[in-house]
Each structure stands twice: as structure tokens, then as C-alpha cells.
Write a protein that binds this ligand. Structure first.
Ligand SMILES: N[C@@H](CCC(=O)N[C@@H](CS)C(=O)NCC(=O)O)C(=O)O
Length: 202
């Protein structure tokens, strides 16, 4: 099996989720990072015209949740029980909801963007955080062992907690200790630490 994961050349969002899931699984993969110019030529040739894309020989799959589900099922990082697996899928899809519902702010006056983002954080996002919080056993979703669902939650929490998005404050999650604990436990996991070490040494 020769896997390659194609995404943009930055460590965030859906591409980071897939790289970290493969790293957690201990699976070697070709980490293909495309420039924006390369992407313009590539877009028409990938499923759904978006990245990430996972290739195994001449087979490709797109959609981050499908890629994570595949990696998880193939390597024991997604529940074997169908109901529990569907619960994990729902959590992963809710991360996609969070991404699509956040006001982008493109073309908005800064004050309007600020108001829209703060309303999103205080409203939809806080409710999302509480819903996820109730589904975490601790430190990871299903207990002591991280699975692909934890990787996806870690990546979006990392972006919120590090201030990647203007006007989405870390205080949004102040009453969600399990969510913060999941982020901290993922950050401290040897596979994740190894990934970050490899990126700073590269
Ligand atoms: N639902 C898809 C969304 C994929 C997506 O929107 N990817 C973005 C990067 S995170 C992308 O390819 N953007 C470039 C473009 O649309 O041209 C998934 O979860 O993988």
C-alpha cells in the first residue's frame, strides 16, 4: 500500500486532520503539498474540486470525514460498533458545520465582521461546544485512547484557541473543561508531538 495525501502547504484545517490521523495510525504516507498555482491546474482533476485527497495507488478519495473514517476503520482508530461509529461521524460532521457556519467576513466592514463573528461565537459555537462537551468521556471522546474523531476536534479547537480566527475568543470554551482537556491531551500525545517536531525540523 502506497498512500499519498495531497493538500495545501500549511498545517491546519482538513489537511492537518488527515496528516495527523495517518501519523497517529503509524502509516507512512507521501505528504504532497501543493502551491496555489499548482492547485489551479489540479482542481479539475480531483473529486469534488477540493482538497484534501487521499490516494492509494490509482484509487483516490476526497472529503475529510471520509478520509478520516477510512484511516480510522483501517487502523483501529474508529469504533467497530456501528452506532458508536455513527456517533463519531456525527461529531466529525459537526466540525464541518462549524467551519461552514462561521461568518467569513469577506467584503464586510471590519465592525460588521466583528459583530457577526462575536455573535457566532456566543451563539452557535458555544452551543456546539456544549453539545460536544457532553459527548466526551475524557480525556478523549471514548476514554483513554485517541481516535480519528479526536484528531478532527483537536484541529478545529487548536485554531479557535490559538486565535486563528479574528473575534473568536478562547473564552468561548471556558465552561467546557472536557473539550479543553481533549485539546491538551491531543497536543501532548507522542504522535502529535512527533508530527510538530518533524515540521519544525523540516
Ligand atoms: N467537505 C470538504 C471540504 C473541502 C474543502 O473545502 N477544502 C478546501 C481547503 S480546506 C479547498 O480545497 N479549498 C480550495 C478551493 O475550494 O479551491 C472536506 O471536508 O474535505
Amino acid at each position: 500500500m502506497s498512500l499519498s495525501l495531497t493538500y495545501f502547504d500549511f498545517d491546519g484545517s482538513r489537511g492537518l486532520e488527515c496528516r495527523l490521523a495517518l501519523t497517529l495510525a503509524g502509516v507512512p504516507f507521501d505528504d504532497v503539498r501543493v502551491t496555489r498555482d499548482q492547485w489551479a491546474a489540479l482542481r479539475a482533476h480531483v473529486p469534488f474540486g477540493a482538497l484534501p485527497v487521499l490516494a492509494d495507488g490509482d484509487r483516490t478519495i476526497a472529503q475529510s470525514v471520509a478520509i478520516l473514517g477510512y484511516v480510522g476503520r483501517a487502523h483501529g482508530l474508529h469504533p467497530a460498533d456501528p452506532w458508536t461509529a455513527a456517533e463519531h461521524d456525527a461529531l466529525m460532521l459537526s466540525v464541518e458545520d462549524a467551519r461552514s457556519k462561521m461568518p467569513e467576513g469577506k467584503g464586510m466592514a471590519e465592525a460588521d465582521k466583528k459583530a457577526a463573528r462575536e455573535a457566532f461565537a456566543a451563539g452557535w459555537l458555544r452551543q456546539w461546544a456544549r453539545t460536544v462537551e457532553a459527548r466526551i468521556r475524557g480525556p478523549f471522546v471514548q476514554g483513554d485512547r485517541p481516535q480519528v474523531v479526536d484528531v478532527k476536534l483537536y484541529v478545529i479547537l487548536r485554531s479557535y484557541l490559538s486565535g486563528t480566527f479574528d473575534y473568536i475568543g478562547a473564552d468561548t470554551f471556558a465552561d467546557c473543561p472536557k473539550l479543553l482537556g481533549l485539546h491538551a491531551a491531543m497536543q501532548a500525545h507522542p504522535a502529535v508531538q512527533g508530527y510538530w517536531a518533524s515540521r519544525t525540523q523540516g
